[in-house]
Design a protein. Structure first.
Length: 405
């Protein structure tokens, strides 16, 4: 028998997930999947199963819909405090100024390490229980060198021992702290003091900037991201969320891997992204909570842009952890995507956003065996049930995860 080889089969639908432009089938039914040493060895129709090697373990998942593990490519998990009152006030007509970020900064700075680790760990466990097997985690509620280092260290502690694939992003340029003389002065502190320290200790894979009206200018963002690139960090950017500032054009010029939000993006911005390798990571949940414009998903997809969907779970504009099934449904219902496009954006697109395309996001030979069996029989359930689809069983690197009831 094949030592260490597991065979998974099903009579239902297997969404293997393909890039948007791929010609191959996106689903198989019935299906079979061979896993060896945590990676996919083979996937296809049962009648085409290789005769060798034989599997030492066979699991039949019946009629359940099976998909790749979801990839949440934009979250802010390390914070303390509650801003529900702020959300209610904003929905009653008060404008969003972003000042609430500083409220969270104060609460986070005041919280103990243990409290923050416990909070973040519960949020990550909620992600895993809802079928997310890879997640990006940003700092950004510290806004000083010591506090940003602390945040990234605590994210690592919170993730320790969890089977999730966690990618850390340094977001020191999230807002301007009260003690800073100006946004420009603070951006230079981020670039010249924080980034070298964080890169030297390997505390993050990426650097992000909130480049938008009332936050950091194009010049500030270039100062920070240019230094991050020199330090060996990957680049990400919050862009064109609150106003059309030209942040998307800057992101493409700098070679940013993921341009996030894009609620205010226009036709010119879509065209710029279409001529680049940058991923458009769209975040429908906070846009709806804030009653803002929705990002132009249909135009981006039709222009050939790689699109990701992510939750943006955070302290002040969308507090839903473990809500990637809802995000898929919102992509299909609110953003004008097909269900297949939305699921692809939450798997293939999310992996591309995090530079993990050769590792995760699809069910293909050589990739990590992350997959989920859902309490549904068809991917259309993500739209029809809108947030109510549940992960029944989750495998990470071929090993089943024990989910909390």
């Amino acid at each position: 028998m094949g030592e260490g080889i597991s065979l998974f089969t099903g009579s239902g639908r297997l969404a293997v997930a393909q890039p948007h432009a791929a010609a191959g089938p996106g689903t198989l039914s019935p299906w079979a999947l061979l896993v060896r040493d945590g990676r996919i060895l083979w996937v296809g129709e049962p009648d085409d199963l290789p005769s060798e090697p034989d599997a030492h373990e066979v699991l039949d998942l019946g009629s359940a819909l099976v998909t790749p593990g979801l990839v949440d490519a934009h979250t802010h998990p390390l914070y303390a405090g509650d801003r529900s009152d702020e959300a209610a006030a904003r929905l009653a007509g008060k404008p969003y100024t972003g000042g609430g970020i500083l409220r969270t900064v104060a609460a986070t700075r005041a919280a103990s390490d243990e409290e923050l680790v416990n909070l973040a760990r519960r949020r990550l466990m909620a992600e895993l229980a809802a079928g997310t097997t890879a997640v990006e985690c940003k700092s950004g509620y510290g806004l000083s060198t010591d506090e940003e280092i602390r945040s990234l260290q605590l994210i690592a502690r919170a993730a320790s021992g969890l089977p999730l694939r966690v990618t850390r992003t340094f977001l020191g340029a999230h807002a301007v702290p009260r003690e800073a003389a100006s946004a420009s002065d603070y951006a230079h502190t981020v670039a010249e003091e924080m980034i070298p320290a964080i890169a030297a200790d390997g505390l993050a894979e990426f650097c992000d900037v909130f480049c938008d009206e009332g936050f950091f200018t194009l010049e500030d963002a270039e100062t920070v991201l240019s230094m991050a690139r020199s330090a060996g960090l990957g680049l990400r950017m919050h862009a064109d969320q609150l106003a059309r500032t030209g942040a998307t054009e800057l992101a493409v010029r700098l070679g940013v891997i993921s341009v996030d939000h894009l609620e205010q993006l226009d036709e010119a911005g879509v065209a710029v992204l279409a001529g680049s390798d940058s991923v458009a990571t769209l975040l429908p949940a906070p846009a709806l909570v804030m009653r803002d414009h929705l990002p132009p998903a249909r135009a981006l997809l039709d222009s050939g842009v790689t699109v990701a969907l992510a939750s943006d779970a955070n302290a002040g504009t969308f507090g839903g952890w473990g809500q990637m099934p809802l995000v898929i449904g919102l992509g299909a219902t609110a953003l004008g995507m097909t269900v297949d496009e939305a699921l692809t954006a939450a798997t293939v697109g999310g992996a591309a956003s995090l530079g993990l395309s050769l590792e995760r996001g699809r069910l293909a030979p050589g990739l990590t065996a992350d997959f989920v069996a859902w309490d549904a029989e068809h991917e259309g359930a993500f739209a029809l049930q809108l947030g109510a689809v549940r992960a029944q069983r989750v495998w990470v690197a071929g090993r089943e995860v024990q989910l909390e009831s």
